[in-house]
Design a protein around this ligand. Structure first.
Ligand code: ACO
Length: 376
């Protein structure tokens, strides 16, 4: 019997060829390529191809893959009517969880887990997730739905559908870099969830739906919205130090800091910090960036010795805000990116599957006599 490890810390539960993380040195690679190179030179579509195929695509392969994604942007007939039936007050993460799951209704073979079929289904979810998100957002705000534009890449098309106008190239590029940086990350909680569900030979819609539920939590992907709430709560750059000190004294967790694996600066945060600064300058939000820097300085002073540094969610909050995303679309945006990684893990799990079924230490009583209800 293996030893009990609370939160499964240090437990290795799968082999993977997808992403490599060195948490002590702050390294992240996808299929061996450092994340910084992908952020600089790749696109979201190309990075997903890399993860799903274990190699960068040729020009022809990328053109085919991109064309396939674009051909799947549009929602099935009747789908928009179902979105209209959702209360406008619904949280976008709950909407994403439900509507991504609902795509299975429009699939003639939702339970087919042969690799080619899983790839098709995953591509379908990846292509439609932005369309679903933009449509829900516009409907809840009483605005007309914008049809996808298949001449545009995924990030540019999403911002066009969301806002009803083409984004500035810098904004589309920034969003694309965010998606690249968010798409895979080892056996994080939501990816583990997807692999656990897959291990029962359940379908890929169930795996991705479960993963979305996991990602929503504030300890995981939900932290990016927590960061933005915190930035909004802090009145000024000068007020940041006291705000954080008060929270630390109360033993509150500071959103966007800390990580189970990284005990050094999260390499995704390194890139997002640079991006956040450039976008904050471009969009007149430098105050937000400066507040973030002030928070980081206090945290590094107080917590770096314990290995607590900014994680991916810290600077993605400022970045998403500057791109113009409404606050409650931050975590759904993470979903759009992470579908690429979740799907890669589903495929990897299916390639060498064994049911996940850990054991548990029973710590309750034994041999307790049943007491009839009138004697309790
Ligand atoms: N602020 C202040 N203290 C922290 C923070 C934080 N953000 N994170 C960890 N700590 C402290 C804990 O209080 C604890 O201190 P103690 O030893 O004195 O009790 C110690 O560091 C270890 O923390 P754990 O919660 O046990 O670490 P764990 O690995 O279980 O949790 C987690 C990691 C959940 C990410 C945690 O750091 C956290 O809650 N961070 C804030 C939420 C967040 O940003 N989540 C996003 C992570 S990235 C992602 O999932 C996409």
């Amino acid at each position: 019997m293996a030893e009990y490890s609370k939160g499964l810390e240090g437990v290795i539960a799968a082999d993977t060829k997808l992403s490599f993380i060195d948490g002590e040195k702050g390294v992240l690679e996808y299929i061996g390529i450092p994340i910084g190179q992908l952020a600089e030179h790749s696109t979201f579509e190309e990075t997903v191809f890399l993860l799903w195929n274990g190699k960068l695509p040729s020009k022809g392969e990328l053109a085919d893959f991109t064309a396939k994604i674009r051909s799947l942007y549009a929602l099935p007939d009747g789908f928009i009517d179902r979105i209209r039936a959702i209360p406008p007050s619904a949280e976008p993460m709950h909407v994403m969880r439900t509507l991504i799951s609902m795509l299975s209704f429009y699939d003639a073979t939702p339970n087919d887990i042969k690799p080619a079929s899983v790839r098709d289904k995953a591509l379908n979810m990846l292509a439609k997730a932005p369309t679903i998100l933009a449509a829900f957002h516009r409907i809840r705000r009483g605005m007309p739905v914008i049809a996808p534009d298949t001449s545009l890449g995924l990030s540019e098309n999403f911002l066009t559908m969301l806002n009803g106008q083409r984004p500035k190239p810098t904004m589309a590029k920034a969003l694309d870099v965010c998606l690249v940086l968010h798409t895979d990350h080892g056996l994080n909680n939501s990816t583990f969830t997807a692999r656990v569900i897959t291990s029962t030979q359940s379908d890929v819609y169930s795996a991705i739906t479960g993963a979305i539920g996991s990602l929503r939590g504030p300890s995981h992907g939900g932290a990016n919205e927590g960061v933005m709430h915190m930035l909004n709560e802090i009145a000024s750059v000068a007020a940041a130090e006291k705000f954080i000190q008060n929270k630390l004294e109360k033993k509150d967790k500071i959103m966007g800091f800390g990580h189970r694996i990284y005990k050094a600066y999260d390499p995704r945060a390194t890139h997002l910090k640079v991006l956040a600064k450039a976008l904050a300058e471009e969009t007149g939000n430098i105050d937000l960036y400066d507040k973030s820097i002030a928070i980081e300085q206090v945290m590094l002073r107080e917590k770096a010795a314990k290995g607590i540094y900014p994680n991916v969610d810290f600077y993605s909050a400022t970045t998403y805000h500057c791109i113009g995303l409404p606050l409650d679309l931050f975590t759904p945006m993470f979903v759009v990116g992470r579908i690429g990684g979740w799907s890669a893990h589903v495929l990897e799990q299916l390639g060498d599957n064994r049911l996940f079924r850990p054991d548990v230490n029973y710590v309750g009583p034994h041999n307790v006599n049943y007491t009839p209800i009138d004697k309790r």
